[in-house]
Ligand binder design. Structure first.
Ligand SMILES: Cc1ncc(COP(=O)(O)O)c(C=O)c1O
Length: 429
C-alpha cells in the first residue's frame, strides 16, 4: 500500500512558502512590548497555568468614557449581554452608564439576568421560540423581577404573535411585546405593512394578555456595506426612514396602543456597536444597544469606533518551542521552507487554540496552514526572533466577544499592572 503523504504537489509547496507568495517574505517577529511583557509577568506569577481571558480594567474604563462621550444625546444606553456575558462586567457597565437596560439573546441567560439583576429592564434581542418563552416562566426565580413590567419579548411575525397570545392565554400571563422591524438588514422582523397592521390588530384583540412595548430595528449594515452602495450616513438615513414609517403607521392605525401604558414609555431600540454614533437626533430611536465596543474585539476595528481600545485578550502558555515547522511525513521540507519563508523558522505549540481570535503578541506568530488548526495544542510558527520557550505566554486578540467569552473560565481582571480580581462568566442553567 502506498504511504499517504500529508501534503502533495504544488499546493503544499506554495503553502509552505507562505500562502503562495513568489517573493521571499520578510521576517516578522518582535518580542512582547512593555504592556504584554507586564501581562506575561502577571500570568507567570498568578495565572492559572492554562489558557484564559484577561480583561484590562483600565482600558474598559477608557472605553466607558469613550462611550459616554460618543453616546448621542437623548438616547438611553442598553447593554448587550451576549457580548459581555459576565455578571460583574455587566454590573460595572450598568453602574457607570446609569442604566438598568439589558438586551438578552438566550433564554437561560434571561433567567440568570432576571435573578441577578432584579431591577433590570430586559429586552429580548431575538425572537424566542414559544417553548423557550414558556421555559423562562417555568424557571423564573422568585424575587423582585416582574416580567409583566420588566421584560419585553421580541416578536417578528403575525404567526409568532398568535402563538405568544395562545401561550399568554393558556398560562394567564401578561407579556410585553416589542415588534422587530426590518430596517434593511433583512435578518428578521416585519418587512411589510399588512403583517405589521395585522400584528397591531392582534395586540389590540389580546390586550388582556399582550401589551405593545415598542420596536427593535437592528441596522449595523449601514457601516458594513461597500462604499458604492452609499455612505454610512446616507444608509443610516434610509434605515431611519424605514423605522419612522412603522412609527407613523402605529400612530395612524393604533394610537390607542401608544397610550395604554403611559407609565412605561415606548422603547424604540436600534443600533449596535458598529453604528450607534450615527443614531443622532435624526434617528427615531430612543434606546441604543451596545456591547462589543467596550471590549473591542477585532471585528470592531471600524472608523466609527476609533475612540475605543482593545480590552480583552486570550493568553495561553507555550508548551513546546522548537526549530521548525516539523511537519509529520515531510520533515525534510522544513529546511527549504525556512529558507524561503523565515516566518516558518520556529514552531510553538500552545495550550489550546483554534479560537475565534488572531495571534497578537509577540508579533509575527501565525497558525501553520499545513499543520492545521488544533483546539488542544495549536502550532504557531514564527521568525527566529520570536524566541519563546515553555513557560512564556502568548496573547491573542479575539475577533468577537460573544460565545468566545464562554469558552474559558473566569476573566482575569487586571488593573494598573496588577491582577485585581477574577470574574466568573455566565454558565447556562
Ligand atoms: C439586536 C441586536 N442589537 C444590538 C446588537 C449589538 O451588539 P454589539 O454592540 O455587541 O455589536 C446586536 C448584535 O448582534 C443585535 O443582534
Amino acid at each position: 500500500m502506498k504511504r499517504r503523504r500529508l501534503i502533495t504537489g504544488g499546493l503544499a509547496a506554495s503553502a509552505l512558502i507562505g500562502g503562495g507568495a513568489w517573493l521571499r517574505p520578510a521576517a516578522r517577529a518582535e518580542p512582547h512590548d512593555r504592556y504584554f511583557a507586564d501581562l506575561q509577568t502577571l500570568m507567570q506569577r498568578d495565572g492559572p497555568g492554562t489558557a484564559c481571558l484577561v480583561l484590562d480594567l483600565d482600558r474598559l474604563n477608557h472605553n466607558l468614557i469613550a462611550l459616554r462621550e460618543n453616546m448621542p444625546a437623548g438616547k438611553h444606553y442598553r447593554l448587550v449581554s451576549k457580548s459581555l456575558p459576565c455578571p460583574d462586567l455587566i454590573e460595572q457597565v450598568l453602574v457607570t452608564m446609569h442604566s438598568n437596560r439589558i438586551m438578552c439573546f438566550h433564554q437561560p441567560f434571561a433567567n440568570l439576568l432576571a435573578r441577578d439583576f432584579p431591577d433590570s429592564d430586559l429586552l429580548l434581542g431575538k425572537p424566542m421560540p414559544v417553548p423557550a418563552a414558556e421555559r423562562f416562566y417555568q424557571r423564573l426565580h422568585p424575587g423582585r423581577f416582574d416580567p409583566q413590567r420588566q421584560l419585553q419579548w421580541l416578536v417578528d411575525t403575525p404567526a409568532r404573535l398568535a402563538a405568544y397570545a395562545e401561550l399568554a392565554r393558556a398560562q394567564n400571563l401578561r407579556m410585553r411585546i416589542s415588534i422587530e422591524i426590518d430596517v434593511g438588514l433583512h435578518r428578521g422582523g416585519v418587512d411589510n405593512d399588512s403583517d405589521f397592521v395585522a400584528m397591531l390588530r392582534m395586540l389590540r384583540d389580546n390586550s388582556r394578555h399582550l401589551r405593545l412595548s415598542g420596536f427593535m430595528g437592528y441596522d449595523p449594515h449601514v457601516v458594513k456595506l461597500p462604499a458604492p452602495l452609499g455612505s454610512p450616513d446616507a444608509l443610516q438615513q434610509l434605515a431611519n426612514a424605514r423605522y419612522e414609517h412603522y412609527i407613523r403607521l402605529l400612530r395612524r392605525e393604533a394610537p390607542d396602543l401608544l397610550t395604554l401604558q403611559q407609565d412605561l414609555p415606548m422603547v424604540f431600540n436600534g443600533a449596535g456597536s458598529p453604528n450607534f454614533v450615527l443614531h443622532d437626533e435624526r434617528a427615531p430611536t430612543n434606546d441604543l444597544a451596545i456591547g462589543s465596543a467596550l471590549l473591542k474585539p477585532s471585528d470592531f476595528d471600524l472608523p466609527t469606533l476609533e475612540a475605543f481600545r482593545p480590552a480583552l485578550w486570550i493568553t495561553t502558555p507555550v508548551l513546546k518551542s522548537s526549530a521548525g515547522p516539523e511537519l509529520p511525513g515531510v520533515e525534510w521540507a522544513q529546511w527549504p521552507a525556512r529558507l524561503w519563508n523565515p516566518n516558518l523558522t520556529r514552531s510553538h505549540f500552545i495550550y489550546g487554540g483554534n479560537w475565534m481570535a488572531d495571534a497578537h503578541s509577540p508579533a509575527g506568530l501565525a497558525p501553520n496552514p499545513l499543520f492545521g488548526r488544533s483546539s488542544n495544542q495549536e502550532m504557531l510558527t514564527s521568525a527566529p526572533a520570536a524566541d519563546l520557550a515553555p513557560g512564556d505566554w502568548v496573547f491573542l486578540r479575539p475577533r468577537q466577544s460573544e460565545a468566545l467569552m464562554l469558552q474559558f473560565g473566569p476573566l482575569y481582571v487586571v488593573q494598573a499592572g496588577a491582577l485585581v480580581d477574577r470574574w466568573p462568566v455566565f454558565v447556562p442553567a
